[in-house]
Design a protein around this ligand. Structure first.
Ligand SMILES: [Zn+2]
Length: 79
């Protein structure tokens, strides 16, 4: 005879993304964002002032457009 214990498993499901720049909420249905976003993850390393620090943020398309429009050198586009 075998006796089993019930084990609860916590499952995290993404249901919303919030633009870190403007606060716009982007809904996620079945794990699919309903608007495309920019996801940035940066693990700082040697020769930075943030060695070992991990940063992450999301941007909506409008904020991405506004930020890159201020670049001295345009973003490389390959379409
Ligand atoms: Zn935004």
């Amino acid at each position: 005879m075998r006796h089993y214990r019930t084990q609860k498993i916590e499952i995290k499901k993404l249901d919303e993304i919030i633009c870190n720049c403007c606060g716009k909420k982007i809904s996620v249905i079945n794990e699919v964002p309903q608007e495309d976003i920019v996801e940035v993850e940066k693990h700082w390393g040697y020769f930075s002032k943030k060695d070992g620090q991990k940063d992450a943020f999301d941007l909506c398309e409008d904020c991405y457009d506004r930020i890159v429009s201020g670049f001295s050198i345009p973003v490389t586009c390959d379409s």
